[in-house]
Write a protein that binds this ligand. Sequence first.
Ligand code: MLC
Ligand code: AMP
Length: 541
Amino acid sequence: MPAPDGADPTLTLPVIPHDIAMTTAQLFPSPATGNLYAALRAAFPADLDSIAVETDHGLHYSWRDLERASAMLANLLVSLQLPDGARVAVQVEKSVEAMLLYLATLRAGLVFLPLNTAYQSAEVQYFIDNAEPAAVVCTGKNFGWVSKIAFQAGTRHVFTLNDDRTGSLLTRAAHCADHQAVVPRGPDDLAAILYTSGTTGRSKGAMLTHANLLSNAQVLKTSWGWRSAAEGGDVLIHALPIFHVHGLFVAIHAALLNGSKMIWLAKFDPRQVLAAMPRATVFMGVPTLYVRLLAEPGLTAEVARNMRLFIAGSAPLLIETFTEWQRRTGHTILERYGMSETVMLTSNPYRAIEGERRGGTVGRPLPGVRLRVMSDQGQPMPMGETGGIEVAGPNVFKAYWRMPEKTAEEFSADGFFKTGDVGRIDADGYVTIVGRSKDLIISGGYNVYPAEIEGYINELAGVAESAVIGVPHADFGEVGLALVIAKPGAAPDPAAILASLKARLANFKVPKQCLLVPELPRNAMGKVQKNLLRQRYGAPG
Ligand code: MLC
Ligand code: AMP
């Protein structure tokens, strides 16, 4: 395989062309090591020269390539002699090498901290200051500002990694041995920290252990009937970003733990997905991906004939999308529900014998997950009635990074995590999410916290105060709308407000519209009544 210009040729990889009551000991291949990578590696197919990943650039990576290249990267990380529990923060474009860096971080026993590529300097600064990573990996184009933030925060090592297999990380790893003994880790040791925004606007780092991730991956492998090579094998179309639970854990772990090939798309493009579909069996997406695929005339039962399973999650799937998908392809989407703090919690049934895939619901709690619906007073709600969803299980995260008070607040006295989602369970055990108690907008599968955006708007000249609400949107499901009250005598320009947000915030957080309003409705406590604003301004967009 020719290396692209500037790529380090030595790292150019050879081309070829339920039982969920499993104990931790059963889950891990060897009691000596609880390292998630060891479990994934144990599931690689016997033929290590078969193709593991095929990219949209026509590159092929074998299972041996994954093993060797992740060993080289892990050896580089180990050579840095970082202390136990050290964080490796990564903000890079999607590439197979970025996935290899994740696997290498696991192998080296370090803690992976992925960051959305849309985050700008103020956002990245917060994560780096808060997590104090020992190493940071960024794109070459961002090296100037990211390294400045990192070095100021005391990070000693900053590498670059680009999506064309260049960058100092690969150059350095090319000098490392291509075999590595996986660093032993206990099941309770940290594997990753995923930042999830807080209601106060300050992000919290959810600390996920090797056992959290592996137990969930095992459960999904069984529940979704992943087919071994002997059963004809599965092929996953991977079209999601790899800095959140969905693309990083649910998709990658499932494929690796099943020894299944991935067709790897750097960015979601509906036409590329359709082109890959006849050679694939499994697809995972947020609802926006399904909406955009439905807009393609090429989406037919014929193109989806080899597909075994379409999985949706991260945001509510509209019943129209669910029904229309059935009509166009003959397939019933399986909707599931998860969170950064818990990985996957519920799933609609895969097998008909377990029940129907019920549109508008997120299915039943996954094996091992205990889920309950509670009143505001902390009492269990009768079946079918709505309340706060709380969960417990081997998948639930350990704590928020360096926020013991927040952690205590969000767990009940008997150890259930309060999801902030509002829902009900029916007599068959199906869970329906009806809303959120947390003030959160989910736009195209990304979470946006109004408080963070309001904070930025309120600092702008001429603004007295603001409220950001989520309003329905045909493509993204929900998008932000900013309602702004001007200071007396001032007339801030809504377009200028949006432009200044765009200059400072990740683009998906920027409201799609901004309106000047004379007042905001408030309750007796003086709190803005966002439900009234949603009623008033929430006509579908
Ligand atoms: C992009 N934009 C968005 C947006 N994505 N705005 C709101 N919400 C989003 N999600 C902005 C762009 O910056 C651009 O702004 C404009 O909207 C149009 O962009 P686009 O070209 O249409 O966007 P695209 O690059 O195609 O991205 C859309 C997308 C992407 C849907 C493919 O957002 C995506 O990959 N979403 C998946 C998120 C995900 O993986 N979530 C899982 C979280 S895990 P402008 O102004 O520049 O034109 C989780 C747990 C669980 O929740 O249960 O899984
Ligand atoms: P995150 O913090 O990015 O992990 O987002 C988690 C949130 O996404 C959950 O708390 C839910 O509000 C939402 N979510 C995930 N899956 C679904 C789903 N299938 N339906 C509705 N909301 C979902």
